[in-house]
Design a protein around this ligand. Structure first.
Ligand SMILES: *[C@@H]1O[C@H](CO)[C@@H](O)[C@H](O)[C@H]1NC(C)=O
Ligand SMILES: *[C@@H]1O[C@H](CO)[C@@H](O)[C@H](O)[C@H]1NC(C)=O
Length: 390
């Protein structure tokens, strides 16, 4: 009997206490698609993130209700299976018992916005690069959202229902399969076909001594492996392919701005510019550049460090061999049987060039030499004293 009274007292007391204090916060989980609402929970968290209450919603109409026993600031957060995108994801409410949403009896609604679209980028048959840019395009070509891959080449977009194309955004990669169509209906989408890249761009710049662009110069890349270059970004030209000493040589030419690009799959390469006009040959710094391609675009540059050029020594158009060539008064080389000589590692500048040989007297040619004007006028003998003395 006494127990019963105590129980009743407690119950009444408890009930009475709650009636005056409890504020109920309710709302709806709304969805455009038929989703399994039993998989969704709404949690009440403190601003520090501590869980105060959690509930499921009514699987038929999506209604949920959360009782609040103490006034304060709370975060209402929706927890849905991965890939279901709700807006908002959480709402912060100061439940003050006076004019907050709950006290006023208004709804806290969470609406399904879309689903994730996830897939993979592959580099050949290997896992793809991270930080690889991809876009989600609507079927009319508008960029809806952009993302970058995480480690292993994984990507993920969030998208409302519709038809899309996942595609590469930048053309610095050589892409085998650059775009994949996807359709978002009522579940998260895992894209079956991988975006495939066959290589990464190497951008090569060649400059002259004065820093200006060196256009139309060959750059050769040497490799142990045979490459196809079937799928190239639009503005790339297909390299010419030759074999030399058991290695494959891929040659491309610089454009008017002194640059050119090639796509290379992971591996080791060596790049080297080369340029020969009848009489001139350039040396470059560096003379060649090793490339270790991993999964990122690379840039390399070369600069002319000097050039070699040819000249001739003659008398009445007849070659003079064995003449010592003096450049700025220093002997540099000798003319050969054809009367010609070669000067190596010439830098841009003005040179006084003449020759010296017993019984001859030569003109001095003063010439401004540069890679674009490497031609040395012939050095001619003005006197051939030999004849006078005999
Ligand atoms: C929440 O959703 C319900 C049910 O669809 C609707 O009646 C109510 O107006 C919505 N409230 C707000 C604040 O959006
Ligand atoms: C393209 O489609 C998107 C949504 O799919 C739309 O918002 C946009 O207005 C469309 N643009 C054009 C130019 O039709």
């Amino acid at each position: 009997m006494i127990l019963r009274i105590v129980w009743l007292f407690l119950a009444l007391n408890l009930w009475g206490f709650c009636e005056c204090k409890v504020i109920s916060c309710g709302g709806f989980i709304k969805s455009f698609a038929k989703i399994d609402l039993t998989k969704i929970q709404v949690k009440l968290l403190t601003t520090e993130g501590n869980l105060k209450y959690e509930t499921e919603c009514n699987p038929n109409n999506g209604y949920f209700m959360i009782p609040i026993y103490n006034k304060g600031v709370y975060v209402f957060k929706i927890f849905a299976p991965h890939g279901w995108i709700f807006a908002p994801e959480s709402i912060r409410i100061d439940v003050n018992g006076i004019d907050d949403v709950c006290t006023k009896g208004e709804d806290i609604n969470f609406s399904l916005h879309g689903f994730t679209v996830s897939g993979k980028v592959k580099s050949g048959e290997e896992v793809g690069p991270s930080q690889f840019h991809l876009g989600l395009y609507s079927s009319n070509g508008t960029l809806v959202s952009e993302t970058v891959t995480s480690a292993g080449g994984d990507y993920e977009f969030k998208a409302p229902p519709g038809e899309y194309i996942v595609s590469t955004v930048r053309s610095e990669e050589c892409v085998e399969r650059g775009s994949v169509p996807v359709q978002v209906i009522d579940t998260p989408v895992t894209v079956k076909e991988d975006i495939k890249i066959s290589g990464h761009s190497v951008s090569i710049t060649v400059n002259k001594e004065d820093g200006s662009a060196f256009a139309n110069i060959d750059v050769s890349l040497t490799s142990d492996v045979q490459l196809q270059f079937n799928e190239l970004p639009q503005h790339y030209t297909r390299p010419s392919i030759t074999q030399k000493d058991g290695q494959w040589v891929y040659t491309i030419k610089t454009n008017s701005d002194g640059t050119t690009q090639i796509c290379l799959p992971p591996g080791k390469y060596s790049a080297q510019p080369s340029y020969k006009k009848e009489s001139v040959q350039f040396s470059f710094s560096p003379s060649q550049a090793p490339i270790v391609m991993k999964s990122e675009a690379q840039k390399i540059s070369f600069r002319v460090s000097g050039f070699s050029t040819h000249g001739k020594v003659n008398v009445n158009k007849l070659p003079i061999s064995g003449a010592t060539i003096l450049v700025n008064n220093s002997p540099r080389t000798e003319s050969n049987e054809q009367g010609s000589y070669q000067l190596d590692e010439i830098k841009e500048g003005t040179y006084a060039i003449t020759a010296k040989k017993k019984h001859y007297e030569f003109d001095t040619v003063t010439v401004e030499l540069s890679s674009s004007n490497p031609v040395i006028p012939d050095i001619t003998a003005k006197k051939y004293s030999a004849f006078y003395f005999f």
